[in-house]
Write a protein that binds this ligand. Structure first.
Ligand SMILES: Cc1cc2nc3c(=O)[nH]c(=O)nc-3n(C[C@H](O)[C@H](O)[C@H](O)COP(=O)(O)OP(=O)(O)OC[C@H]3O[C@@H](n4cnc5c(N)ncnc54)[C@H](O)[C@@H]3O)c2cc1C
Ligand SMILES: NC(=O)c1ccc[n+]([C@@H]2O[C@H](COP(=O)([O-])OP(=O)(O)OC[C@H]3O[C@@H](n4cnc5c(N)ncnc54)[C@H](OP(=O)(O)O)[C@@H]3O)[C@@H](O)[C@H]2O)c1
Ligand SMILES: Cc1cc2nc3c(=O)[nH]c(=O)nc-3n(C[C@H](O)[C@H](O)[C@H](O)COP(=O)(O)O)c2cc1C
Length: 583
């Protein structure tokens, strides 16, 4: 093998002072030269990559960069889809912050880079030092799987861990702070050992820290609560408008609004009775002493049972079926068992057994906010924010069950309520900057929400690009929500094409992907014209089937092999022209 020629003045690698180190440093300079903020020869440069669906990881990446700067490091923050594998391979200090989506999957913006890293052809990463922060939620199977996969794979490719991975549950702020405060000083120490100081470079991110956050939500008034579905519908989908008052808050079409709900008072009372407490027992919650009733109303998840609670109930009840399932560790069996059962249903299995307030609270998870895709454009509605929410109500185990947040807004919020809200920006899920480009929006059910916002936004911008909406729901007569608005937008010309799929109006199910198939030729033309393809709504079935239909459409209409269709779609993803907001 030829010894690589080392250019004069090539700075030394921070970790290897050998010719190999110098070679890597020169490679880094070469490969990363298109990164304006990155002086790769500078050992103070750390790359912070985020994989995100709804912005949490991006926000933690920005926090990490802020701390890194205070320690004299030069952080470069990037979305994972802005990085090529050859750039990744020469990063010396790498911090990855990624969430997990779907069922243990990468967030959309991390998928392409991950595919390359996971491939047999991935280069070695021996010159890299890294640490992973994994965001997830213990209520999902495959907890933090994306972060775990990155951690294992980078180590397998020869990279060295600077600091062990930390997995964060839904309440990620504390754990992420610990990780930042542990990993950054280690890198700062190592970098200080190896390089002289250079001027600090700017991160390439914009500080998207919201003025109001989960810890400090805005208290909003509900201005409108309107039933969208018809009287005889099998669904209850509602339109809400929340005031932004004098908050100074603004949002973009495609962003998400988070609501911190309150639990149903009747459910709280039933649970207190089931555990044989009185409700006035005072316990410390987040450093504040408060009665059990108050803590269950506002601070704990009391509908979906935590894993700890399920285990405790199995132990105390001796229930053979539940114990067998837990011992088998069969996740599907457990999910089947839990389907339709909430905390109260489980407590009813041990009617004679009492819990102390403290014992019971220790088995619960903190109450989480729920996310909703905003259905208005901030330009057309600067003073309010609209949502399109399907109420979760079902009968099971002899009781009426209610989704915590969807029924909190529908049933409990009135004119005098102050609803705790905060925004999550969703930068990649937005209308194209170029108003002349066509957009295709696939949004059955509540998936229509962001597309109502997109259409308002395109009208506001007087965008010349074509707009195609594919919407569907159960029955046309009762579930064609926003019908008047949609027809008005059709008449005005802003909605160029509309395809509807009502699944239960006939014997055979008809879904949005059937409409894609029927209109494949035209859809391919729109894509070829630089079109954007957006999907919103159910992640478990709809989004997967639409994805399959898109692959097929590109194969048939583009006359491509399955592999070529994958490349075509990867290219769309890379250009952020195939983006999803699925849940
Ligand atoms: C980025 C994002 C955007 C979203 N946008 C929207 C939106 O625009 N509109 C919208 O309506 N939702 C949206 N959601 C979903 C929303 O966040 C909530 O998950 C939804 O409103 C249910 O919350 P809940 O608190 O009412 O129900 P929860 O208390 O969380 O209960 C839901 C749970 O109840 C159980 N369940 C539900 N139905 C049944 C049944 N029939 N039988 C048995 N068990 C059942 C399931 O375990 C389910 O997980 C979005 C989610 C995300 C992540
Ligand atoms: N992961 C989640 O927790 C999750 C995901 C999505 C929605 N939800 C919740 O469920 C409630 C109702 O949701 P929604 O109004 O958005 O949708 P939805 O009522 O579940 O479905 C909307 C339409 O999509 C159809 N559909 C079902 N399977 C499909 C598939 N594989 N491909 C294409 N279309 C398909 C439905 O048909 P049929 O019903 O006739 O089959 C219906 O016509 C909301 O509370 C929402 O938050 C929860
Ligand atoms: C539809 C959906 C699927 C999810 N799937 C998982 C999962 O499989 N495993 C997990 O640990 N967390 C899962 N989560 C939780 C997210 O990883 C968590 O909310 C994270 O904070 C999101 O960060 P982000 O905003 O950076 O994407 C899921 C969340 C949603 C809404």
């Amino acid at each position: 093998m030829k010894t690589p020629k080392i250019p004069e003045n090539t700075p030394y690698s921070c970790t290897q002072r050998t010719w190999l180190g110098r070679f890597f440093a020169s490679m880094r300079s070469h490969i990363l030269q298109n990164t304006p903020t990155d002086s790769s020869a500078d050992c103070r440069v750390i790359h912070i990559l985020y994989g995100t669906q709804t912005g949490n990881s991006e926000s933690v990446a920005n926090d990490t960069a802020a701390v890194a700067k205070t320690q004299g490091l030069n952080p470069v923050v990037k979305s994972m889809d802005a990085v090529e594998i050859n750039q990744l391979a020469v990063m010396e200090y790498l911090l990855i912050i990624t969430s997990t989506y779907g069922e243990g999957e990468m967030p959309d913006n991390a998928q392409l880079l991950w595919d390359q890293v996971a491939a047999d052809t991935a280069p070695t990463m021996q010159n890299m030092q890294f640490s992973i922060l994994a965001l997830g939620d213990t209520s999902h199977d495959n907890y933090c799987k994306a972060g775990i996969d990155w951690d294992n794979r980078l180590a397998k490719l020869g990279a060295q861990r600077i600091y062990d991975r930390i997995d964060c549950d839904a309440d990620f702020e504390g754990a992420s702070k610990n990780w930042i405060n542990s990993v950054i000083p280690i890198i700062a120490d190592r970098a200080n050992d190896t390089n002289s100081a250079t001027d600090s470079v700017e991160t390439n991110n914009t500080d998207n820290k919201a003025k109001f956050s989960r810890k400090k939500p805005y208290l909003s008034k509900l201005l409108l609560n309107r039933l969208l579905t018809g009287k005889n519908s099998s669904k209850e989908t509602r339109h809400y408008e929340f005031s932004l008052g004098d908050s100074g808050l603004s949002y973009e079409a495609g962003d998400v609004l988070n609501i911190i709900p309150q639990n149903c008072p009747e459910l709280v009372a039933d649970i207190i009775k089931a555990i044989h407490c009185a409700g006035d027992e005072n316990e410390l919650v987040n450093g504040e002493l408060m009665p059990l009733t108050e803590s269950l109303l506002n601070h704990y998840e009391i509908k979906l049972p935590s894993k700890k609670l399920i285990q405790e109930i199995a132990n105390r009840s001796g229930d053979q079926q539940l114990n067998n399932i837990l011992e088998s560790k069969d996740k599907t069996k457990l999910a089947d068992y839990l389907w339709g059962r909430d905390t109260l249903d489980l407590l009813h299995q041990i009617p004679a057994i009492a819990f102390s307030a403290a014992e019971f609270l220790a088995l619960l998870k903190p109450l989480q906010h729920r996310a909703y895709s905003i259905s208005s454009s901030g330009n057309t509605h600067p003073d309010s924010v609209h949502l399109t929410v399907a109420c979760v109500r079902y009968k099971s185990h002899g009781r009426e069950h209610k989704g915590v947040c969807s029924t909190y807004i529908a049933d409990l919020v009135d004119d005098n309520s102050q609803v705790k809200i905060f925004f999550s920006p969703n930068k990649s899920f937005s209308v194209p900057e170029d108003d002349s480009l066509p957009i295709i929006m696939v949004g059955p059910g509540t998936g229509i929400a962001p597309f109502r916002a997109f259409l308002q936004e395109r009208a506001f911008r007087k965008a010349s690009g074509k707009n195609w909406l594919l919407f569907g729901d159960r029955n046309e007569s009762t579930d064609y929500i926003y019908r008047e608005e949609i027809e008005t937008m059709q008449a005005s010309g802003i909605l160029t094409r509309l395809d509807l799929a009502f699944s239960r109006d006939q014997q055979e199910k008809i879904y949005v992907q059937d409409r894609m198939r029927e209109n494949a030729a035209e859809m391919y033309i729109w894509l070829e014209q630089g079109g954007y393809f957006y999907v919103c709504g159910d992640a478990s079935y709809m989004a997967k089937d639409v994805d399959k239909a898109l692959h097929k459409l590109i194969e048939t209409e583009g006359n491509k092999s399955a592999e070529q269709a994958i490349d075509y779609i990867n290219h769309l993803k890379k250009e952020k022209r195939y983006v999803r907001d699925v849940y």
